[in-house]
Design a protein around this ligand. Structure first.
Ligand code: NAD
Length: 265
C-alpha cells in the first residue's frame, strides 16, 4: 500500500546507487514509497537485477540511468529521465564518490581531477538540473553525502578532503538560496562505513603508511571512531530518509555527523 507511505508520489534520484551507501539509500527511499532512479557503474546484469528487485520488493517504479558523473551533460540527462519518465525530481541524493590514497607529491594528476569531478562537480550539475522541478512543486530535498572528511582532514587524502570540504560549502550555499522554496539541502558526514570504497583503499593505505591490513583497520580507520565500530549502511540510509521527511523541513544547511563520535575529539 504505497498510498500511505511518506514518499508516495515522489521521485528520488540517487547517484552512485549500484553499490554501498547509495544502494542502501535508494532501497530505503523505495521502502517509503518513492519511485527511484538508480545510477552508477558496474555489471549490467547485476544492476538490472537490483533495479527489477526494487520494483517488485517495494511496489514502486525504478529506472536505471548509466550517466557517468564525469559528464555534466549525462548528469543533466539523468535528471531529465526522472522528470520525463516518472514526472518529477523531488529528492536528489548526491552520493557517487571515489577515493584515492597517496601522499600529495605522488598523487596522480588524473586521480585528483576525477575525485574533484565525481565527488564535487557532479553535485553541482545534478543540483542545477534538479532545482527547477523542485521549485515548480514547491517541495524538494537534496541530501549530499559528504564525509567526516568534509569537516576534518587525514593525511594522504588531499583530493577527497578538498572535494568533501567543497560539498560542505556548496550544501550551505544552496540551502540559503532555496530556504524559502520548500527545499532543504543537507550534508550527511559519515565516518567509516564498511563498503567496497573502504575495502579498496586498504591496500593503498597499507603502502602509504607501511602497515598491515589489520593495522589499517584498527589503527587508522577505527582509531578515529570512539565506538570502535564501522557505521552501517542502514544507519546512513535511515538518516537520509529522515532528512527527506516533512518532519525535517526545518533542517537545512546542516552537516549531519554519523561517525561513532569521531567529531567529538
Ligand atoms: P562504493 O564504492 O560502494 O559506491 C560508489 C558508487 O559510486 C558506486 O555505485 C559507483 O558505481 C558510483 N560511481 C563511481 N564513479 C562513478 C562515475 N564516474 N559515474 C557514476 N557513478 C560512479 O562507495 P560508498 O562507500 O558506498 O560511497 C558512497 C559515498 O559515501 C561516497 O560519496 C563516499 O565518499 C561517501 N562516504 C563513504 C564512506 C565510507 O566509509 N564508505 C564514509 C564517508 C563518506
Amino acid at each position: 500500500m504505497t498510498a500511505s507511505k511518506p514518499f508516495a508520489g515522489k521521485v528520488a534520484v540517487v547517484t552512485g546507487s549500484t553499490s554501498g551507501i547509495g544502494l542502501g539509500i535508494a532501497r530505503a527511499l523505495a521502502a517509503e514509497g518513492a519511485n527511484i532512479v538508480i545510477n552508477g557503474l558496474g555489471d549490467v546484469a547485476a544492476i538490472e537485477k537490483e533495479r527489477a528487485g526494487i520494483e517488485t520488493e517495494f511496489s514502486v517504479r525504478c529506472l536505471y540511468s548509466p550517466a557517468n558523473m564525469l559528464s555534466g551533460e549525462e548528469i543533466a540527462g539523468m535528471v531529465k529521465l526522472a522528470v520525463d519518465e516518472l514526472g518529477s525530481c523531488d529528492i536528489l541524493v548526491n552520493n557517487a564518490g571515489i577515493q584515492h590514497v597517496a601522499p600529495i607529491d605522488e598523487f596522480p594528476d588524473d586521480k585528483w581531477q576525477q575525485i574533484i569531478q565525481i565527488n564535487l562537480v557532479a553535485a553541482f550539475h545534478s543540483t542545477k538540473a534538479a532545482l527547477p522541478s523542485m521549485k515548480a512543486r514547491g517541495w524538494g530535498r537534496i541530501v549530499n553525502i559528504g564525509s567526516a572528511h568534509a569537516l576534518t582532514a587525514s593525511p594522504y587524502k588531499s583530493a577527497y578532503v578538498a572535494a568533501k570540504h567543497g560539498i560542505a560549502g556548496m550544501t550551505k550555499t544552496v540551502a540559503l538560496e532555496t530556504a524559502t522554496a520548500g527545499i532543504t539541502v543537507n550534508c550527511i558526514c559519515p565516518g567509516y562505513v564498511w563498503t567496497p570504497l573502504v575495502e579498496r583503499q586498504i591496500p593503498d593505505t597499507m603502502a602509504a603508511r607501511n602497515m598491515t591490513r589489520e593495522q589499517v583497520i584498527s589503527d587508522v580507520m577505527l582509531q578515529a571512531q570512539p565506538t570502535k565500530k564501522f557505521v552501517t549502511i542502514e544507519e546512513v540510509a535511515a538518516l537520509a530518509v529522515f532528512l527527506c521527511r516533512n518532519e525535517a523541513a526545518s533542517i537545512t544547511g546542516s552537516m549531519m555527523s554519523i561517525d561513532g563520535g569521531w567529531m567529538a575529539h
